[in-house]
Design a protein around this ligand. Sequence first.
Ligand SMILES: Nc1ncnc2c1ncn2[C@@H]1O[C@H](COP(=O)(O)OP(=O)(O)OP(=O)(O)O)[C@@H](O)[C@H]1O
Ligand SMILES: [Mg+2]
Length: 513
Amino acid sequence: MTDSLLAMNGVTKRFGGVTALNDVHFDLLPGEIHALMGENGAGKSTLMKILSGVYTPDAGSIRILGEAVTISGPADALTKGVAIIHQELNNIPHMTVAENLALGNEPSRGGVLNRGELRRQAREKLARIGADIPVDMPVGRLSVGMQQMVEIARAVAEDAKILILDEPTAALSRGETERLLDLVEEMRDSGMGLIYISHRMEEVWRLANRITVFRDGAWVSTTTREEATPAQIVNRMVGRNIGNLYVNEDRIIGEPVLTAAGITDGRGVGPVDLTIRSGEVLGLVGLIGAGRTEVARMLFGADPMDSGEVTLAGKDVRIRSPRDAIAAGIGLVPESRKEQALFLDMSIRDNTVMSSLPEYSVAGVMKLRAIATAVRKQTEGLKVRNSSLGQSVASLSGGNQQKVVLARWLMMAPRVLILDEPTRGVDIGAKQEIYRLINELAKSGVGILLISSDLPEALGISDRIIVARNGRFVKEFSGTSASEHMVMMWATGVARGDVTADTESQVEKEQQA
Ligand SMILES: Nc1ncnc2c1ncn2[C@@H]1O[C@H](COP(=O)(O)OP(=O)(O)OP(=O)(O)O)[C@@H](O)[C@H]1O
Ligand SMILES: [Mg+2]
C-alpha cells in the first residue's frame, strides 16, 4: 500500500440533514490521472474540499504516502502537497498575476517588497508550465483559461504532489481546453498524481488511467479505463440506461414569434438578422467571442442595441431593459449563473419565483402557498437535489444551481426563451431532463434560441442551426443537414461562401491526410 500517493477511507460528511458523502473511499497513485465522476450533487466537490482542507470530515481517514494525516486548512493541505483548482476559481481578482503567484511568500529586501524579484519569480513559475501571461495584469482581467493557468503555475511552484482539477474545462474555449489537457498529461508524466472531475466523457476517456463513480454520496465503482465503456460509466452514475440523449419530437413549427432585423451593438457585433418561430429550437453556435452572447443580451435588453428592429409576434417592440423583455415574454438564461442570475444567499424558493412575483401577489401580498406549489413543481420537474426549498442556493452543487436558474424562467411561461449554455456543468441525467424540457416548451409553442458550445447537443436538439463568426451570422443549416465538422469549418472561417458537397468531401480528405 505504500506505493499509493493518497488513500482516503471511510469518509463521511453531513451538512445538516444532507449526507453529502457516506463511507466513501478513493485512492491515487503517482503518475496517474484518476477521474471522479457522478451526477450533480453526488459528492465529488465535497470529497475534494475535504482533501484540500476546506471542510473537516465527520468520519474517515486520509493517508498521504502511507502516512495518516489530518488536514487543518487549505494552507496546511498545500504544505502536505495537495493543491486544488476549484470548480469556481479562487484568485484574488484585483491583484496582479505576479502578486497572486507569490501569495504569502512575497520576496522582500529589508522588509520592503522587492517588485523586480516578484515579477521575475512569477515569470519563472509560469515558464515551468509553458504559459505566457503578462505578470502585471490584474488576474480579474484574464480569461478563465489564463486564470486557471496562474493557479496551476502556483500549484506546480509549490511542488504539489497531488493536484485536484474540479471541472476545469467547463468555462474554457476549445483552444484553452486543448492546452489544459496537454498540460494535465505533462504533469502526469512528470510523476504527479491528478484527480480530474468532469462531466465531459471525451475528456475523461482521453486522460484517465482509472475512473471512480459516486452516486448519491456513495462509492459505486473504481475501474481502469480499459476495463470500462462510457455507457457503463454513465449507467453507474445515473443508475439506469440513458437511451437516446437528445430529444427532438412532435414539434409543430409555426409563425415567427421574434424577428430581429439588422441589429448591431455598435461594438463589432452585427448587423445580424434572426427569426425564431413558435415551436422551434434555433441553435446558435460559434467559437467563444463570435458574438453569440452579445446578441442574446441585446435581445433581452441587458445590453443596448445600437441599431436594428425587433418584432414580437408581428408587433414592433422596443426593448430597453430586461424588465421590458420580461414584460414582452422574452426570457434569458444567462451563461454565467453566479454573476448574472443567482442570488446566492437567497433561498431556492426566492431565486425561482423572483421574476414571476407580480403573478404571485395580490395588492402587494404574496400568495405564499401558490408560490410554494409552483416552485415545487418546477424544481421537482428538474430534479433539483435539495433538503428544502428554503435552502440557500450557495449550498447547492454547481449543476443544481444551473437548474434553479432554469426553473425561474420556466415559472414565467415565456413566449421566447433564450438559453445561453444551459447545460454547462450539468450531469448527463440532468442534461437529458433539460432536453426533454426544451422539447416540451417548444411543443407548447415557445420559440427557443439555444446558444451552445456543445456541438452534439446543439445539433441533436435544434431544428435549425446558425453559425456565428466575428460578430456576424455566416451560415445557416437545417437541423438534419448540419454535421459537427461542417459547423466547425464555418465557425473557424475555413469555409466561406457557398459550400457544396464537393467542398465537404475535399475537406474531409484534407482532414484525413
Ligand atoms: N456547504 C454546504 N452546505 C449544505 N449542503 C452542501 C454544502 N456543500 C455541498 N452540499 C450538498 O452536498 C451534496 C454534494 O455536493 P457536491 O458539491 O459535493 O456535489 P458534486 O458532485 O460536486 O456536484 P456537481 O457535479 O453539481 O458539481 C449536494 O447535495 C449539496 O447540496
Ligand atoms: Mg462539484
